[in-house]
Design a protein around this ligand. Structure first.
Ligand SMILES: O=C([O-])C(=O)C[C@H](O)[C@@H](O)C(=O)[O-]
Length: 420
């Protein structure tokens, strides 16, 4: 049985984002994503989602043309075609998460949405959910973390929102209380690297006091020096389940890891397969945050999980601002990854429910978790009207011709956290 690709549709979209702060600035009023729809000669449709910045979009379009005629069951052939489509690519830039010291593989980033769409197709053709194609679900729901951000109440260009400001410990406790009461999360991550470290330590202590039994994480996106990271790590002994990317680079993380009591996690210094060997040799990280968008799709993320298992590394999951196609893919992957030791990140609460390209209702949060879809493929359905509306929003948003991460460049050039 073969099922050949007859068309690939690539649609960039934009959705409203909030004035969330991180070490490089303020989230833009719109987050950009790209929806990939792979159509087969048999009339089946498969969905994938990826970053929306301009250089990445151009590469996605080039790969899309190269995939016409591929059998959707031939994932290795698909990978070869994606790599070949990039051979002549001399463009620079594109999604790389600001502050990341080592870059994930371009071909893995480009392959990912097509691999997810191919698995969605394989599932639809065979009548099995994607989690079955990945070895079978070992859990029937996937738990996520409440992902807190320092946040301005409002900012020019952003719509009014119901979350208010969170610029101090009280504001963050309020934010966490609202997020937990609405979604039921049972763990919390704070995106730090925004204010001086002692203020962020105070925020974590306030969260600990307000939520005594809830696992906590802090992620300053590698803007601290090695001595600062060690100091913070030691101060937060017994408080954090892990400290994520306190400092830049594998050697620096190794120095910190030797001096702090909790595991160090990363989605910044181990972001491709060739980073694993030095990270293991230097004992630099205890937990890797996988992310199928840059590790090359769901099956390559499972390979990462196997390496983590082999070397005794913990496994968690990273997110950026994302839509429902990505959430579905994350849920299937998490369901079929036995050694996923931690609840997964998600930016989902920061997106308005109506801002999505999938038919609502398929992916609901209850008690901080999403049930693993059991319908064939990813188990979600594209809402074409919503896709058209969000594509128009992309065209109108005025932030598409850009070369960075597509959603979190500072709109205030003066905003840039120093290296503490
Ligand atoms: O380190 C991380 O968790 C991220 O990079 C997640 C996002 O990029 C986060 O920093 C954001 O959305 O501002």
């Amino acid at each position: 049985m073969s099922e050949l690709v007859s068309a690939v549709r690539v649609t960039p979209v934009a959705f409203r984002d909030l004035p969330l702060l991180n070490s490089v600035g303020v989230h833009e009023p719109f987050a950009l994503r790209t929806v990939v729809e792979v159509v087969t000669e048999g009339g089946h449709h498969g969905l994938g989602e990826t970053y929306g910045d301009e250089p990445h979009l151009r590469r996605i379009e080039r790969a899309a043309s190269a995939l016409i005629g591929t059998d959707v069951f031939d994932l290795h052939g698909m990978q070869r075609r994606v790599i070949a489509s990039l051979a002549e690519d001399t463009s620079t830039g594109g999604h790389g998460m600001a502050g990341m010291v080592t870059t994930s593989s371009t071909s893995d980033r480009v392959l990912s949405p097509f691999e997810v769409a191919a698995l969605d197709l394989q599932g639809k053709i065979t009548g099995r959910p994607v989690s079955d194609l990945l070895g079978g679900a070992v859990r029937d729901e996937v738990s996520f973390t409440g992902y807190l951000f320092y946040k301005w109440a409002s900012h020019p260009g952003h719509d009014e929102d119901e979350w208010g400001a969170a610029l101090d410990p009280d504001g963050l406790v309020r934010q966490a209380t609202k997020m937990i009461s609405e979604y039921g999360f049972s763990s919390i991550k704070l995106k730090g690297g925004v204010f001086p470290p002692d203020q962020e330590v105070a925020a974590i202590r306030a969260l600990r006091q307000a939520f005594p039994d809830t696992p906590l994480r802090l992620d300053p996106n590698a803007v601290w020096t090695v001595p600062t990271s060690i100091k913070v790590g030691q101060e937060l002994e017994g408080v954090l389940e892990y400290l994520e990317d306190p400092t830049a680079g594998i050697p620096g993380m190794g120095e910190v890891a030797r001096e702090v009591p909790m595991p160090l996690a990363t989605n910044m210094c181990v972001v491709a397969f060739d980073h694993l060997k030095p990270a293991v040799q230097q004992e630099a990280v205890g937990v890797v945050l996988s992310d199928h968008h840059f590790w090359g799709g769901l099956r390559r993320s499972q390979s990462l999980a196997a390496v983590c298992d082999t070397f005794g590394l913990g496994l968690s999951m990273h997110s950026n601002s994302h839509l429902g196609i990505s959430l579905a893919a994350m849920v299937h992957l998490a369901a079929a990854t036995p050694n996923l030791d931690y609840t997964c990140d998600t930016h989902w609460p920061w997106k308005r429910p109506e801002d999505d390209v999938i038919v609502p209702g398929e992916l609901a949060f209850a008690n901080g978790a999403v049930k693993v879809p059991t319908k064939p493929g990813l188990g979600i359905e594209l809402d074409r009207d919503a896709l058209a509306r969000m594509h128009q929003q992309y065209l109108d948003s005025g932030i598409r011709n850009r070369d960075d991460t597509g959603y979190m460049r500072s709109i205030d050039p003066a905003w840039k956290a120093p290296l503490w």
